[in-house]
Write a protein that binds this ligand. Structure first.
Ligand SMILES: Cc1cc2nc3c(=O)[nH]c(=O)nc-3n(C[C@H](O)[C@H](O)[C@H](O)COP(=O)(O)OP(=O)(O)OC[C@H]3O[C@@H](n4cnc5c(N)ncnc54)[C@H](O)[C@@H]3O)c2cc1C
Ligand SMILES: NC(=O)c1ccc[n+]([C@@H]2O[C@H](COP(=O)([O-])OP(=O)(O)OC[C@H]3O[C@@H](n4cnc5c(N)ncnc54)[C@H](O)[C@@H]3O)[C@@H](O)[C@H]2O)c1
Ligand code: SF4
Ligand code: FES
Length: 807
């Protein structure tokens, strides 16, 4: 057997070996060297490990048994230090000398590190491998302030992960807008706004010139003389191909190792794939092109007629950002030029931006923000260089109505359209595999076709396609989604176990359900804490440390590290006494701004954390819970006492609702509105619960949302009396509390369950309705005004307000 040696046990190298084995399992005796001490893992998913959605063990792509099963000799943790191309030998750091007939370089890249004063200090790292990921996770346990240098894909994914680890995150970007290599300015601005809302702080147009600190980093200095504090610095300013070994071996290198269309280097029998490669002047940093290169090389070196195999011609690049809550897509040429024209849709209400760039009647690039469902079709048009001169230009970006609402975009996709960009798998490949190989779960589709095996971004589409192809045979239960990377249990299973085993402590849940990550993470701990309190309201022990910072300190943290204070004003009604108190504390504590909120409250912004207890004591008003996953505000219109259209007393109804349900913990925030006639001045139709008065009756609308997922509420029921309104809210909200997943807004929850189902439980089934109301009453009986407790408890004051929690 001929000897094949691979240098680099990473994603591109091992995919090439998989492709070789698939074609000719017996042709080569394979030896692999990898400097990292692990089997091949999915580097892409490090972002999800950091974000708490996956764990290191889950991202292994080929475990040690895989190498054994295929008779591959793996030297992990052993670096190749020299290649002798004349005698066809490689030498390793552990003293191995291995001959080859064919050699593949797949040495990847190294992160680029700024060569500035202080870059060698403790606490300055990159984000490239498992070690970096583990360093960030462990640093977050002792330090709180992180700075990410670089507002590209990697920097933003790192920043999201660090936020999930409860760190404060500054992102320093050298350009004036984010991801300038993938986005144009409007899309980048929308992205920045969304990420700011998620808690990131941006310093734009800043060039870092020095890192200060004794042994460990303590601050960064910028060219303009300003500086910021930091306990951890993550550099994400690009990568440089790892070519030192190839250069020393005498291979032709420029920016990377130069290869021809068969991935052959300048030396005989030596090939290269992956990020270390330069092909027709291009160096790639995403897996899709690297996998295509691997396929071409595998075909070439396993073929009896290698010169007749198809060569590699380059890849059309496209990217997606892996940050939850953000949909961004970018492909091809997206910058306007003199010879290009663009079709644009910019819907500020929906938070959607779409741009399609056209040259010579062909789509050559696109940027999508907020709704990326057009991406497979646009990619297909770009790849096939479709002539669009006959097309109505508006139909290139159809609205949701034109596409048919509620239906997954896979239904309308052509068989040739790509579903999994990373692995180049199109719709037809998947439907064929599902039918011929009788596949019934996403996992099986991934095993057979590779779709979903890399960034995972296509999994929802794969699942939709599976459902569409299988029809009634599709079993949702097979598509199990674990709560996070710490466990295999789903949200539903965790909740059921809490009930069945009567678990009342967060730690107890993690122990009994054998959490793989013993400490849990910032995704699962708040969810478990919510579930134990919801299931056992009288016995659960609330764990403040499992709450997000805002809920822990009962105030909303702002982008400059100060907090906002929102006292409760039932139904949006206040009086001179309250206003005087608010004015007094605003003066005394130098509040930066007093702002009327969309929910008809007064927001005191720019408060120092240490001042919070004192302010609340002097205000003597209840907390508005503006920071919590809880019942927030009940907005009201002036109603029948003042408005000539008013048919009901909306103000009193709003006050009654707010007094009854204030502070109830819910899976996500719940906003309400009461209008006294269908003119709807309190915007009841875009609230989680909206009440609208009619002559002698009240309508109750549910599932509305006025935010990024704009959604109109749907009519749940019409009732006659005020008491019925309160009862229906009790039953509905309790059912939401019990059946929604933590962090699922009512609008998403109702779409998942369907209005008819919710109606059947909450309105039609009187027995269940009564039980839900009873359980809500039990929860309501446990309500405590948080600030009353904090003001009286010296220890809480000391732990959360005097000791610095966030800096
Ligand atoms: C956090 C993160 C998120 C990412 N997200 C995405 C994404 O969403 N989509 C996407 O397409 N891409 C993404 N990427 C990029 C993607 O991971 C890379 O393009 C891909 O891993 C490159 O594969 P490679 O095999 O060329 O290099 P690598 O994966 O870097 O593998 C090279 C391996 O070779 C080893 N090696 C180097 N020199 C030697 C030597 N002399 N001897 C032995 N071993 C050696 C290295 O230690 C390394 O293990 C992401 C990258 C990171 C870091
Ligand atoms: N979702 C994804 O597809 C994904 C995610 C992570 C990483 N990656 C890949 O990993 C590689 C590394 O990613 P990356 O984001 O580091 O590289 P990048 O080159 O895409 O972006 C680096 C960013 O850093 C900025 N920058 C450069 N110098 C700077 C400085 N001195 N101060 C502040 N900002 C500076 C640049 O303007 C640029 O926007 C890339 O190949 C990327 O494609 C992809
Ligand atoms: S909703 Fe109707 S009753 Fe209320 S203020 Fe508006 S018009 Fe008047
Ligand atoms: S698109 Fe990345 S795995 Fe399918």
């Amino acid at each position: 057997m001929k000897k094949l040696v691979l240098i680099g046990n990473g994603m591109a190298g091992i995919r090439t070996i998989e492709e070789i084995i698939k074609r000719e399992p017996e042709q080569y005796e394979i030896t692999i060297f990898g400097s990292e001490p692990y089997p091949n893992y999915n580097r892409i998913l490090l972002s999800l490990v950091l974000q708490g959605d996956s764990k290191v063990d889950d991202i292994v792509l080929n475990d040690y048994d895989w190498y054994k099963n295929y008779g591959i000799v793996l030297h992990s943790g052993d670096e190749v230090t020299k290649v002798d191309t004349e005698n066809q030998l490689v030498y390793s750091s552990e003293g191995k000398e291995v001959p080859y007939d064919k050699l593949i370089f797949a040495t990847g890249s190294n992160p680029f590190m700024l060569p500035i004063d202080g870059a060698d200090k403790e606490g300055v790292i990159a984000f490239r491998d498992i070690k970096d990921c583990e360093t960030m996770i462990s640093t977050s346990k002792s330090y709180k302030k992180a700075a990410v240098i670089g507002g590209g894909l990697l920097g933003l994914e790192a920043a999201r992960g660090l936020l999930n680890l409860d760190m404060e995150v500054d992102v320093i970007h050298i350009q004036d807008y984010l991801m300038e290599r993938q986005l144009d300015e409007p899309a980048a601005d929308m992205l920045k706004k969304e990420l700011e809302d998620q808690g990131m702080n941006f310093l734009m147009g800043k060039e870092t010139v020095k890192i200060r600190g004794k042994n460990r980093v303590s601050s960064l200095l910028f060219k303009d003389g300003s500086s910021i504090k930091a306990d951890l610095i993550v550099m994400a300013i690009g990568i440089k191909p790892n070519i030192a070994l190839a250069k020393e071996a005498g291979l032709e290198v420029e920016r990377a190792i130069v290869v021809d269309d068969y991935m052959q280097t300048s030396a005989p029998n030596v090939y290269a794939v992956g990020e270390c490669v330069q092909h027709r002047g291009m160096v790639y940093g995403l897996v899709a092109p690297l996998y295509e290169q691997g396929k071409v090389l595998a075909e070439h070196i396993t073929s009896q007629t290698p010169e007749q195999t198809a060569g590699y011609e380059g890849t059309l690049l496209y990217t997606q950002l892996k940050v939850s809550g953000v949909d961004v897509f970018s492909a091809g040429e997206f910058v306007d030029k003199e010879d290009t024209k663009a079709i644009r849709v910019h819907d500020e209400f929906e938070g959607i931006y779409k741009k399609v760039v056209v040259r010579d009647n062909k789509v050559i690039g696109s940027v999508l923000f907020g709704d990326t469902s057009d991406s497979p079709r646009l990619l297909d048009m770009m790849k096939s260089e479709q002539d669009i001169s006959e097309m109505n230009k508006v139909s290139i970006l159809p609205s949701e109505q034109e596409r048919g609402t509620g239906e997954s975009p896979v239904v309308a996709m052509a068989e040739s359209e790509t579903i999994c960009g990373c692995n180049g798998v199109c719709k037809g490949d998947i439907t064929d595999a599902v039918k011929t190989k009788e596949l019934s779960s996403v996992q099986e589709v991934t095993q057979v076709t590779n779709a979903g095996r890399s960034c995972g971004g296509c999994k929802p589409l794969v699942s939709d396609l599976l459902e569409h192809t299988l029809g009634e045979e599709f079993n949702k239960a097979d598509q199990k989604q674990p709560m996070c990377g710490c466990t295999d249990h789903t949200h539903e299973e965790v909740q059921a176990e809490i009930k069945e085993k009567h678990l009342t402590l967060v730690r107890e849940v993690m122990n009994v359900l054998e959490w793989e990550n013993k400490e849990g993470c910032s995704s699962c701990r708040p969810a478990i804490n919510y579930y134990i309190n919801m299931v056992h309201p009288l016995e659960a022990e609330d764990d403040a440390n499992s709450r997000f910072i805002n809920e822990r300190v009962h105030a909303n943290i702002q982008n400059d590290g100060t907090f906002s204070v929102v006292p409760r004003m039932y139904g949006g009604v206040t009086n001179p006494d309250e206003l005087r108190k608010i004015a007094n504390v605003a003066d005394k504590y130098n509040v930066k701004m007093v702002k009327v909120t969309g929910g008809q409250r007064l927001d005191l912004l720019g408060v120092n954390k240490e001042d919070l207890p004192g302010m609340w004591e002097e205000l003597g008003m209840p907390s508005g819970h503006a920071y919590g996953k809880a019942v927030r505000t009940v907005k009201t219109c002036v109603g029948q006492d003042f408005c000539r259209f008013g048919t009901q007393d909306s103000i009193q109804m709003g006050i009654d609702i707010e007094k009854k349900f204030q502070g109830v913990q819910t899976p996500h925030k719940v906003k309400m509105g009461v209008s006294a006639c269908p003119r709807n001045c309190a915007e009841s139709m875009i609230k989680d619960i909206g009440i609208v008065g009619l002559q002698g009756a009240w309508e109750m609308y549910v599932g509305g949302n006025g935010g990024i997922d704009l959604r109109q509420g749907e009519l749940l029921c019409t009732v006659e009396t005020d008491q019925e309104v309160l009862d229906m809210i009790s039953a509905y909200m309790q059912y939401y509390r019990e059946s929604a997943r933590y962090l699922e807004r009512t609008s998403h929850w109702i779409e998942r369950l369907g209005l008819e189902h919710v109606k059947a439980v909450v309105v039609d089934d009187k027995k269940r309705q009564a039980e839900l109301i009873e359980r809500m009453e039990t929860t309501l009986s446990t309500f405590n005004e948080p600030w009353e407790q904090i003001i009286q408890d010296g220890k809480i004051k000391q732990d959360y307000y005097e000791v610095k929690v966030t800096s």
